[in-house]
Design a protein around this ligand. Sequence first.
Ligand SMILES: [Zn+2]
Length: 344
Amino acid sequence: MFSSIIGNETAKDFLRRMIAGGRVPHGLLFAGPEGIGKREFALELARAMMCRSASDGEACGECPICRRIGVFELPTSEKGEDYDRVFLSDHPDVGMAIPFKRNLRVGAIRELEREANFRPYESELRVFIVNDADKMNDSSSNALLKTLEEPPSTTFLILVTSRPDSLLQTIRSRCQTIRFAPVAAGEIEKLLLETHKLSADDAAVAARVCGGSVGRALSLDIAQFRAMRELMMNVIRSAVVTGDLSAMLQTAEQLNDAKNKDRFEENIGILQTLIRDILATSKGAETSQIVNADIAGQISELAKDPNAAALSRWLIEIEELLASLNVNVNRKAATDKLFVSMSA
Ligand SMILES: [Zn+2]
């Protein structure tokens, strides 16, 4: 049931009305930040369309159809060819294509095109979810476009993406876009406390630093996060107070070592929120308005005598660094450059 997913009440109401009124378009684009439950919404839409006890646009959530729709066996293999297919759920009329690394392979989209043309097996319709649709290259996009141009009357496609602007305009124009928003920290905190074994302190921190992403909050390793945040606070202290560039460069090395390199973006993101918090605090923000509220004391210490111009410049440089990661930039060199600039 949609009511079992937290947040995005407006999108829920909209989808319920659309389903109840029998007005679900054949192409849908679910857009919104990473980890806020877009895929769950897509599966829930499939349930609401197929469940035989559905009412007012809500599936029952309990019948075998509803249960089977959520069950997928997805590959963990490192071989690209293993992803050249559509993965059907335990219900054979619901399937999804998923990317391999940074690519949604054309093989997967061609398979989707074939599957989309089959008659439903069990239900009256078929629903296919295209995960991380922004990871399609030109050939994948063109293959998908063919399916979107003339979808069989029984086929519904849901494209899921955190970067809708990266999709071809021709694809976007054939889909109805539904936007999903980050989930409020209070709601995430409540969920963490109800369903997971986090202390109240840890749940409060996780709910705030996850940026509205339930997925991120659930998978966050709190101890690791706290350790990395301490490291990033030291980078800022070095830049602002001690001017210790060699300590900063040591941290740059650490950020790129084998243990941390897979979380590079995330860790730079921690630095980013700390700088934003310092800047906001220096402009009079209350503790409740900052992300790292649990270390508000340390934040306001650094915000006492701020160089607002420098802080804003760092934020721009961090944005540039993050954007450059899409092209194969040398991360260590880019981090050194950022830290040298911050210490200047
Ligand atoms: Zn059901």
